[in-house]
Design a protein. Structure first.
Length: 398
């Protein structure tokens, strides 16, 4: 029997009480401060940390903070707008007054609350849905949230276990992340090497081997008969993002823009210009007007070969020079036609694709490789935390 199990058997064998957060913890208020003022007083040597919406955090000198309301005890900050999260902080700090924080006389109880809130963060994020375009929760969401309250010795042991587990998980994630970064650099090196040829392989303009077609103009909807793929659906790794899907209905006008497996889509405008995605889905999909569909002339180029090329420095070295940067960046079909690509035989293209697909999966695929290992460790930690913070409810006598 573990020490925690012994404590539970000794101190609360019949379960624990559950109470609302506001019944147990003292709520702290922040400081009325604008984003402009935060920018003005930002000082990396400042002794006071200031938390704002999203992930904005600065340091400042206390004398520079107007109407400062400084928290000088360990507390749990509830980030209630933009990014919904909980932060434990034990040094002097303050925060924009749209947020709030909790503390208690006992430091262990404060850290315990932090772990409880983090364990239920999905609940708070779901509560923020439907409150406008920017996620936001009201004070009531945490004030009335009911938490288990085991005796302090049990809270202390849970905090000790989770502190150690958090440190070990962070160390392992750092090692895996460093390994992932090294693998990605290795992947980029080999990709460029495999796509660099001698004089025996011709350099061909895209306009000579491919057709280009702009996408369909329509308003995306929550439901429809086809997924509507927009610029924002192409991830940084050139893959189709699975979240925030939008749809349109297939009509006589839109069916001309239905995608086939193997089609390539390139973002032609804005900050995402040049990003290219290989469509390999088994779903009906139509692409939006700020995308260009690239379809190669038969028996010249494998779509997957071009996709790997479009991720390489050989491609981006050209794209960054060719894009029009007057106002919003533009990378239209006429410019795309001038991009040159090495064109070995199809058999050699297939060999290169097979090698680079394996590298890509190791580096980027969430179902295999190092990213999957990092995700497994995160889920393992969350599962263990949830088990530690789940208690039998103590029955109260009538």
């Amino acid at each position: 029997m573990s020490k925690l199990e012994e404590l539970i058997a000794e101190l609360c064998p019949d379960g624990v009480e559950y109470k609302k957060v506001k019944e147990v913890y003292q709520r702290l208020k922040g400081t009325p401060i604008t984003a402009g003022k935060m920018k003005e007083i930002d000082n990396p040597n400042g002794e006071i940390r200031i938390f704002a919406g999203g992930k904005t955090v600065i340091n400042a000198m206390e004398e520079d903070i107007p109407k400062a309301n400084i928290t000088r005890v360990p507390a749990v900050l509830v980030q209630s707008r933009g990014v919904i999260d909980a932060v434990y902080y034990d040094k002097p700090f303050t925060f924009k007054n749209e947020m709030w924080a909790y503390t208690a006389d006992n430091i262990i109880a404060v850290k315990y609350l932090y772990y409880v809130l983090k364990n239920n963060i999905s609940h708070f994020r779901e509560a923020a849905l439907g409150m406008g375009s920017l996620p936001q929760i009201s004070l009531r969401v945490t004030e009335d949230f009911v938490i288990p309250l085991p005796p302090l010795p049990i809270q202390r042991e849970i905090v000790r276990i989770l502190d150690n587990f958090t440190e070990l998980t962070s160390e392992l994630s750092a090692v895996l992340s460093a390994e992932l970064s090294a693998r990605r650099k290795q992947y980029e090196y080999y990709r460029d090497m495999l796509l660099t040829f001698g004089d025996d392989v011709p350099m061909v303009k895209l306009g000579d081997i491919a057709d280009f077609k702009y996408g369909f103009t329509d308003t995306a909807k929550e439901h429809g008969t086809a997924r509507f793929i927009r610029i924002t659906d192409i991830g940084d790794n050139g893959k189709l993002l699975p979240n925030d899907c939008k749809y349109i209905d297939i009509t006589t006008d839109s069916e001309k823009y239905l995608l086939e497996k193997g089609d390539l889509l390139m973002a032609r405008t804005g900050a995402t210009y040049g990003k290219t995605m290989l469509f390999n889905e088994d779903i009906p999909a139509v692409y939006a007007s700020f995308l260009i569909k690239i379809r190669f002339i038969e028996n010249t180029t494998l779509s997957a070969y071009y996709w790997h090329f479009s991720q390489s420095s050989l491609y981006w070295g050209q794209a960054n020079k060719l894009v029009s940067k007057a106002g919003q960046p533009q990378f239209n079909a006429n410019v795309l036609k001038t991009v040159t690509i090495p064109l070995p035989p199809l058999t050699e293209q297939a060999r290169i694709v097979a090698i680079l697909d394996r590298f890509d999966a190791l580096c980027n695929d969430l179902t295999s490789g190092l990213p999957a290992e990092i995700e497994v460790r995160r889920k393992q930690y969350e599962y263990y935390r949830d088990k530690l913070l789940t208690f039998k409810v103590k029955e109260v006598s009538a």
